[in-house]
Design a binder for this molecule. Structure first.
Ligand code: X8Z
Ligand code: ZN
Length: 606
């Protein structure tokens, strides 16, 4: 899967890129190449362009129409891509040790990394792996929880109920119910790990985790240290938020249910995975009713259609000087959940046909949360559209975190002033109390997310390296959830369960550190863009809406795609070569003061 297809799934999809012909994979490596390295890269790019079309079509149909038949089609496309990939990587060996220009060397390196699930170079195993990855995502997409009265609830409905319900037992029922969907994934996932590790070994990596960590223009060890550093920077902010939320939930549900010296029950945080807590805002609003930002009500009273919600997001990007989305975007995207079939509702953005055929796939609800997801997805689409003139091997973001950060950076500009200007709220009231309210709303999503963003791949790195085995899949998952997030399951879990599988990106095989990095980068990007837009004053008050200068800077970064190390791209954009969490700390400085005040006298930690 080259990252060339999907924003969210980028790597995952390319795994499905179709190849020319399966037999090619069995051709031994050419020891004396008949083409120069540059010619080889040019051919790889040309073939990838064609393969991408077929792979993209197969995956799109599979994700928007989950049936027995589309599984066959998607697996076949994935298998063909894997065969092509193995073959090309083998051929590329012939250029090792040769002096190459930096761009050719980078293209060959990215070719090698061009799959998130490398298949062993063996036809039977390749087929098996393609079948498993297709199945796992299908199980997730078609998953539902059937209650004892026979009513069956799909994942998207359960997610919505988790946001709204405030009854301890009802929440627990949904939480446990959804996790049953993952149980049949367990054995398949264990086999997936064996096969993909074998594939990674053949490519020269110790295991698949090492391969994923090699995708950051630094050594895997340096990358781990980099992520750990960023986490240490933001942890104090998370700890204050956790402490305050736990105290509040203790008041709501009782301290017998939410003990004030231990982890928070995982089902009480308003989200199926306790990853973003924004739906608890009504319980945590610092100054009730002040500066109320009720976009939900506007969307309902004005009865915004899903397309109108997408138009509103598009208008933001257009205000920065970016183009309108192509007609095919409107014709081919999936905006709502079809009633007659299973689909993968988890939102994604697709850059098919080398970025000429942009689409989103969502099951849009009429809520502010969903509106922000739309802005997020369009960030992917604009990235894909911007780098479409790069050669296919460079049609990706600088690193995965950049792809995830663009749309989220834009959502930081959805200030009350902006929302009022575009008619999504009545008027913008910005006294100090309103600022704290808004910061709380954002922190419940952005700060609460950080430890989750960090731990998901830490679990997978352990699984891929063998430090975590199928015998302790679930226990190690919960150990990490408790260590980082300070949450715990309210009911006993066992190794018959497979709770990691209840989160889309595990069966979908989408790396997750990208989101953690994006949550740091978006504030860095915003700081730079706001400077360019001429913003003065606190970063939290800045909106770059309408700034062509900021848009130009952003576009220059997007256009570069993956053509150079991310450090160069970051420098071009922000003037620094380092990811750095000081911007997020600065951004939330007003809230941090509030939280410290609230937590005075409380004993924090778990
Ligand atoms: O998967 C997504 C996007 C698509 S790339 C909707 N996100 C992560 C998640 O839902 O777990 C965005 C935030 C984190
Ligand atoms: Zn995304």
């Amino acid at each position: 899967m080259t990252r060339l297809l999907i924003g969210c799934l980028s790597l995952a999809l390319i795994a499905a890129c179709s190849g020319g012909n399966n037999d090619a994979a069995d051709t031994p490596a050419a020891t004396a190449p008949t083409e120069t390295a540059r010619e080889f890269v040019a051919r790889a790019n040309a073939e990838l362009k064609e393969l991408g079309k077929e792979l993209g079509a197969a995956n799109w149909v599979r994700s928007t129409y989950i049936t027995h038949d589309t599984a066959i089609i998607a697996s076949a496309a994935s298998e063909k891509y894997s065969a092509w990939h193995s073959n090309m990587v083998e051929q590329a060996l012939a250029y090792e040790g040769q002096e190459l220009d930096p761009s050719t060397r980078r293209a060959i390196e990215l070719l090698k990394l061009g799959t998130s699930a490398p298949a062993p170079n063996d036809a039977a195993k390749r087929k098996e792996l393609a079948g498993i990855t297709t199945d796992l995502e299908g199980i997730y997409g078609a998953g539902e929880y059937c209650r004892s009265d026979g009513e069956c609830l799909p994942g998207s409905v359960l997610e919505e109920r988790m946001r709204q319900a405030r009854d301890y037992d009802e929440l627990l029922e949904y939480w446990e119910g959804w996790r049953k969907v993952a149980v049949p994934m367990r054995d398949k996932y264990a086999r997936f790990v064996e096969l993909a590790n074998e594939g990674a070994n053949e490519l020269g990596y110790a295991d698949l985790g090492e391969m994923w960590k090699s995708n950051y223009d630094m050594s895997p060890a340096e990358f781990e240290a980099e992520s750990a550093k960023l986490w240490e920077q933001v942890k104090p902010l998370y700890d204050e938020l956790h402490c305050h939320v736990r105290a509040t939930l203790g008041d709501v549900y009782g301290e017998d249910k939410v003990p004030q010296d231990g982890p928070i029950p995982a089902h009480l945080l308003g989200n199926m995975w306790a990853q973003q807590w924004g739906s608890l805002y009504d319980l945590l609003e610092p100054y009730p009713g002040v500066g109320d930002i009720d976009v939900d009500t506007t969307l309902k009273t004005k009865n915004y259609s899903p397309q109108e919600m997408v138009r509103s997001a598009e208008s933001f990007y257009v205000s920065l000087g970016m183009p309108r989305l192509p007609d095919t975007f409107w014709e081919r995207s999936q905006f709502t959940k079809p009633q007659d079939r299973d689909v993968v509702c988890h939102a994604s953005a697709w850059g098919l046909d080398g970025g000429n055929d942009l689409r989103i796939k969502m099951c849009i609800n009429q809520t502010y949360d969903e509106l922000r997801v739309i802005y997020h997805e369009l960030g992917h689409n604009y990235y894909q559209g911007a780098y479409k003139d790069q050669p296919p091997l460079f049609q990706d973001s600088a690193h995965g975190g950049f792809h995830e950060a663009i749309g989220d950076t834009v959502t930081l500009s959805m200030t009350p002033g902006y929302l009022a200007e575009v008619g999504l709220i009545g008027s913008a009231e910005e006294d100090r109390r309103a600022v704290i309210n808004r910061q709380m709303q954002m922190a419940l999503d952005k700060i609460a997310f950080l430890p989750f963003g960090k731990l998901v791949d830490e679990w997978r790195w352990g699984v891929y390296s063998g430090a975590i085995t199928p015998e302790n899949y679930n226990q190690s998952w919960w150990d990490l959830r408790t260590k980082y997030q300070g949450i715990a399951p309210a009911v006993e879990r066992s190794e018959a369960d497979f709770d990691p599988g209840s989160k889309y990106h595990i069966p979908g095989n989408v790396s997750y550190t990208r989101y953690f990095l994006a949550h740091v980068l978006m504030f860095q990007f915003q700081r730079t863009l706001c400077d360019i837009a001429g913003h003065e004053g606190e970063l939290q008050a800045c909106s770059i809406y309408g700034s062509k200068e900021a848009g130009e800077k952003l576009w220059a970064m997007l256009e570069a795609g993956a053509s150079q190390p991310w450090q160069d791209t970051l420098e071009l954009m922000t003037g620094t070569r380092e990811m750095d969490a000081t911007a997020i700390i600065d951004y939330f400085a007003p809230l941090m003061d509030y939280l410290k005040e609230q937590n005075e006298g409380r004993s924090c930690g778990w």
